[in-house]
Design a protein around this ligand. Structure first.
Ligand code: GUN
Length: 283
């Protein structure tokens, strides 16, 4: 396999250790970083994700609280609780797990979170800060991808990066982060005419579509860095990404595996953002 593996588990572990160290320093100044997580309803995947977020936090010395509400909670009650958490000085980060029940307007709920506590980086103010290069919180998944590129010592300046996918939480912020690092960026999506023509020119490809085999070996320039954000299941129920890993690893220079690539980095960056929120509040 010519491609080198980018080990998300190993890097996430290193980042968690850094977070633990900075958290100890903050605690020594009398500040306990705290993340408030809200889960509405009983979606089994969301229950697992929120439990991971609590465990990751406590393992690194952060405090995390998980508030669970029945699926029929009114939007008004949820907004009122968010307003309370916004005003609570002992809470530094607020995360409302998505998806929310259908009767709620997710946009309205996210906009209710104070941008200073928006550790998911989903608020329009956070998105605006990323666009304009001002300080704010960056969404955890693309931020984790960027950290992986940094960790392999990859200099993005002048490189051609192709992002496949234009979601608000991965594709668009990823493109903006790559742009901020001076890459030339192309965003491809479902209406892109000849995807392979774009990806074959790319020094870096980030696949974030949510569909298997979106990127195959014939679509990759030899030596390119390939970051796979996808989380899918194959016919056998095995976890796989958007990239045909077996084929692409023979062509790429660097590649992230699924599982063990972007996933653990997303979790680690939530801790970084929460700690950062606490540090900013204490500054
Ligand atoms: N649901 C799936 N992923 C996420 C995430 O990163 N943040 C929130 N709030 N909800 C999610």
């Amino acid at each position: 396999m010519p491609a080198q593996l980018i080990d998300g588990n190993a890097l996430a572990k290193k980042i968690r250790a850094e977070v633990a160290g900075r958290t100890r320093a903050l605690k020594a100044r009398g500040v306990q970083p705290c993340l408030a997580i809200i889960l509405v309803g009983e979606d089994p995947a969301s229950q697992v994700y929120t439990k991971h977020k609590v465990n990751d936090s406590t393992e690194t010395g952060l405090k995390a609280t998980l508030e669970t509400y029945p699926a029929d909670l009114s939007e008004e009650k949820l907004l009122a609780r968010i307003r309370e958490l916004n005003a609570d000085k002992s809470v530094h980060g607020i995360l409302v797990q998505l998806p929310l029940p259908r009767h709620m307007d997710s946009g309205k709920v996210i906009e209710a979170i104070s941008p200073a506590k928006d550790v998911d980086g989903f608020h329009v103010a956070s998105a605006g800060a990323l666009v304009t290069g001002q300080p704010g919180f960056w969404p955890c998944t693309p931020y984790g991808c960027l950290k992986m590129l940094e960790d392999i010592g990859y200099d993005l300046r002048g490189k051609h990066a192709v992002v496949i996918g234009r979601s608000n939480i991965v594709g668009k912020p990823m493109a903006l982060m790559l742009l901020q690092k001076n890459a030339t960026v192309t965003i491809c999506h479902s209406a892109t005419k000849d995807l392979a023509a774009h990806t074959r020119q790319a020094d870096v490809v980030v696949a974030a579509v949510g569909k298997r085999n979106v990127l195959t070996a014939d679509m990759v320039k030899p030596g390119a860095v390939v970051i796979d954000v996808g989380m899918n299941r194959n016919e056998a129920g095995k976890l796989c990404g958007d990239v045909d890993f077996e084929g692409v690893k023979e062509v790429a220079g660097w590649i992230t595996p699924v599982p063990g690539g972007v996933g653990p980095m997303t979790r680690a960056m939530l801790l970084v953002n929460t700690l950062e929120a606490a540090e900013r509040a204490a500054a």
